[in-house]
Write a protein that binds this ligand. Structure first.
Ligand code: MN
Length: 723
């Protein structure tokens, strides 16, 4: 490879910056050569070729002397004996700042480790706002490295290509540098998936061959038409780039023939007025495809891109795209902000087209509060990573979450315990519901409390698998603990009825035998089994003391192991519907009506008839609608059981759980599940139990009996029931 000479560089820069201190570039060239002397690249060339190529890319982007010089020196701090002090002294603050910025960005590695990635990315943005030219140098550096990537190991190739695709190509896009972005994407694609890359190249070649004559003819027609109207225009056409074609086909699941903008004819003219005149003229020639006329002149894209786009139906009904723009717009389209980069006395100078540069100015202005990066960060990141959101801890650390994640996900991302004890959340200092979806740039503070605990409905509003599995794990563990506690108390209580203590029973040799009959191996396994109701304490004790079964009460009918009945789902046979035969009937989850409750039916769209309690808050709004229908409980079927949730408010005292359990058990009622929460300070608590109930009278009986237990303050029927 022929090394670029200093004169070539100087000439390119002089063309756009005629009065610039060009000798800075010469000194940069000499110092870079001196410090990189003897170093070789992986391909065996002198290392110096790399900084010179980088400087050349920058010169071709029409960037200023300082940027091109920084390109020459961009690796001297990292890879040579050059010291920061010396560099600053020899080349001044500006060049030093750029080289230092590039060095820092290069030390940032975008690992897959979430926390580190977010942190590093923020650093990169910070470096960027200190001087946006740092990014130009970095992009040029990356572009040249991608061009010579084949000399690296397969692992390095893949890592660097991935990073290019995920970080640098989108960044170039955001800065409006279409050419740089396109080349970065195609190179990265060719290394990451060589087979798909080659396939796409073949597809493009084939279609290009077919389209060639067609497009030549269209260009000729436009030429003739515009000449006829005396409108000055330069005509060219572009074939969509390889990665662009590939991702469009993949995203929209289409074949190459359906890629609308595969070929775009560009009409580049002198004035905005002529852009619109040309649009009108061409629409007279060919019919435009409705909905595909886009006016990016009136409304530029965020990256400053301007053009008129239209798709028209050509000969034989083949559609193709036309882009119409001025010379100036064309330059910005190709080179982006870099095309307009003018730096005066170390500050961002006034640039032409004030409005046009509002985005850039906002970006630069936000460096005034570099200490607080929260303001501008989302602005850039939204486009860079559409699947993620970035938010902050109160200390300013960046947390990356999938889109639509809630503050609960955030809490678990911080720490498992923060998640478990998450009580409330503040977003930008205002309390929000826990299901609040995190948005870019929000500062989130989690309020924790030792008494708070995960609840099952959190599962509906988390997005991360981390939060989901932590919550599930906690709930399972908690339910088992509650059941075990309940089970142990049941065993103790039942033992007393057999005139002994559980402590003594545990020591009996015959216990092992009885346990075996129930498929239990360890004593610890009895507790959850008794608590969940899969075995009954009485069954165990009766077998240990066959002669001592308490006489004064009939043994409660508890289901044997494996016989716990579930909620009826699907068609509910306990309910009939008047005049609506054949429809699926189900009891609504929101109010969970049971036999004997006053009920109403609501004909849903496509899901059958949902049956609500007449006093269900959700029904009040529906009353009077013509979708309401009469429903009735079917008499008789005594076996049908409904799960009903009860919230029992208690003053904590020894043995209250056992009392509740035996009271319910004595009413031949099965406890499906229970959960206890007590506050050690106030001594108050809530026990939530789910019981199998046959009808409203049965439920009333259970509640009545429970109310007579000392320590129970209130009992409420829970609307929602977890099944
Ligand atoms: Mn480099």
């Amino acid at each position: 490879m022929q090394m670029i000479r200093y004169e070539d560089l100087a000439e390119k820069v002089r063309q756009w910056h005629p009065n610039a201190p060009i000798e800075l570039i010469q000194r940069g060239y000499v110092v870079s050569a001196k410090y990189h002397k003897g170093q070789l690249r992986m391909n065996g060339e002198p290392y110096l070729t790399h900084p010179i190529e980088v400087a050349n890319i920058l010169a071709e982007l029409k960037l200023d002397v300082v940027t091109v010089t920084a390109g020459l020196l961009h690796d001297v701090l990292e890879d040579t004996l050059m010291s920061p002090e010396k560099l600053r002294k020899q080349f001044g603050d500006e060049v030093f700042q750029l080289v230092d910025g590039v060095t820092k960005i290069s030390q940032v590695e975008f690992t897959s480790h979430r926390q580190k990635q977010a942190e590093n990315f923020r650093k990169m943005l910070l470096a960027m706002v200190s001087d946006i030219r740092v990014l130009f140098v970095k992009l040029a550096d990356r572009l040249h490295n991608m061009r010579t990537l084949q000399y690296l190991s397969p692992e390095s190739r893949e890592r660097i290509s991935q990073e290019t695709l995920e970080v640098y190509a989108p960044l170039a896009h955001r800065l409006g540098m279409a050419r740089v972005r396109g080349e970065l994407e195609d190179l990265a694609f060719s290394f990451l998936d060589p087979v798909a890359y080659q396939n796409t190249v073949s597809l493009i070649e084939a279609r290009r061959a077919v389209d060639h004559d067609f497009i030549e003819e269209a260009v000729g027609t436009i030429r003739k038409e515009l000449d006829g109207h005396g409108i000055p225009a330069q005509l060219e056409y572009r074939i969509k780039r390889i990665y662009g074609v590939y991702s469009k086909m993949k995203r929209q699941k289409i074949g190459i023939d359906e890629v609308f903008d595969f070929i775009a004819i560009r009409v580049i003219t002198d004035t905005v007025k002529n852009c619109y005149t040309i649009l009108g003229t061409l629409h007279n020639l060919w019919k435009p495809v409705p909905g595909r006329i886009k006016d990016y002149i009136a409304i530029p894209r965020p990256n400053l891109y301007q053009s008129l786009h239209t798709s028209v139906i050509g000969r034989n009904g083949q559609p193709f795209e036309i882009q119409i723009r001025t010379q100036e717009m064309h330059r910005i389209a190709e080179e982006g902000i870099a095309a307009h980069w003018k730096y005066k006395e170390g500050k961002l100078g006034a640039v032409e087209g004030e409005e046009q540069f509002r985005w850039l100015r906002q970006l630069i202005e936000s460096q005034n509060d570099v200490s607080d990066p929260r303001e501008f960060i989302s602005n850039l990141k939204v486009d860079l990573y559409p699947d993620e959101v970035y938010c902050f801890t109160p200390r300013g650390e960046v947390v990356t979450l999938p889109r639509d994640a809630s503050v609960i996900d955030f809490a678990y991302a911080i720490h498992t315990e923060v998640g478990h004890q998450c009580k409330a959340a503040k977003v930008n200092n205002r309390i929000v519901p826990l299901k609040h979806k995190v948005k870019n740039g929000e500062i989130i503070e989690i309020v924790t409390s030792k008494d708070s605990a995960p609840s099952r409905d959190w599962l509906a509003c988390v997005k991360t698998s981390r939060a989901r599995s932590k919550i599930k794990h906690w709930i399972n563990k908690q339910e088992r603990e509650d059941a075990s506690e309940l089970g142990r108390k049941l065993m103790e209580k039942e033992s007393r009825k057999f005139k002994t203590t559980w402590k003594k029973v545990k020591l009996m040799k015959s216990l092992a035998e009885v346990m075996e009959q129930f498929g239990l191996k360890k004593i610890e396994e009895i507790y959850p089994a008794a608590g969940f109701g899969t075995i009954s304490p009485r069954q165990i004790l009766s077998r240990l003391f066959p002669d001592m079964a308490p006489q004064n009460e009939a043994p409660p009918k508890l289901p044997a192991a494996g016989e716990v009945r579930g909620i009826r789902s699907g068609n509910d046979s306990a309910i009939t519907v008047h005049g609506q035969g054949g429809l699926l009937v189900y009891r609504s989850k929101c109010c969970n009506p049971i036999r004997g409750d006053e009920i109403v039916g609501y004909i849903t769209r496509g899901k059958g008839i949902s049956v609500h309690a007449a006093n269900c808050p959700n029904v009040v709004n529906l009353l009077g609608s013509d979708r309401m229908t009469d429903v009735e409980w079917v008499d008789g079927d005594e076996k049908e059981l409904f799960s009903v949730g009860l919230s029992i408010s208690i003053r904590d005292r020894q043995g209250i759980l056992a009392d509740i359990a035996s009271t319910i058990s004595n009413l031949n009622t099965n406890i499906r599940d229970s959960r206890t929460r007590t506050d050690p300070d106030s001594g108050k608590g809530t026990i939530e139990i789910t019981v199998d109930i046959s009808d409203v009278k049965h439920l009333q009986r259970v509640i009545q009996n429970l109310k007579s237990i000392r320590g129970i303050e209130d009992i409420e029927r829970r609307m929602e029931v977890e099944s």
